[in-house]
Write a protein of this length. Sequence first.
Length: 225
Amino acid sequence: MKLPELANVLPSEPASRPTRSRDPERTKQDILDVATMEFAAHGLAGGRVDAIAAKTQTTKRMIYYYFESKENLYALVLERAYAGIRRIEEQMDLDRLDPETALRRLIEFTFDYHDAHPEFVRLVAIENIHNAEHVKASLAVRETNRPALKVVEHLLSRGLKSGVFKRDLEAVDLHLMISAMCFYRVSNRQTFGTIFECNLNEPKLRERQRRMITDAIALFMMSPG
């Protein structure tokens, strides 16, 4: 079951309004929405402030007034993208579930989020091409992502104490396993689909892979090492 909040975290498509909002905060959010899609599609180097201004019915001058530079705008887009997924993770209240169910919900959420937000996947992929240059420079990105490991650490601790989990992994290793499987099928969707002649967007295939990834990780954690 998908979480209803997913659609509200990152924009699914660029904002398009007949007139620009007069509210400065709303205008800044509109610019960040459109900049997210622009940088996800073209990267920092290829993304155009002109295009962002046109789609938000603002001006380059206004964008620079609010964000100072294209690089600062990109950095804020990146920080906001990471904050979106981490905010929902923290709100999932996994403690109310038994460890196996909680793990499955976390995997399903991660799968659904990446699938629903390919722009997030593209932004992360682009940042990796640039050797995490902006992530290294952003304390906010690092601080935002730290709770992700806390969520996994607590889940692992509960699972091991209850005897449900048989593998005493580091939290970063389990986080990597979940992220890698969910990230790859979105980041490599076009090349994988073309080479192996399959459409990873096809609903039945998507659901099959969602179950497969969830079962694979959950069963791994519950089997003796």
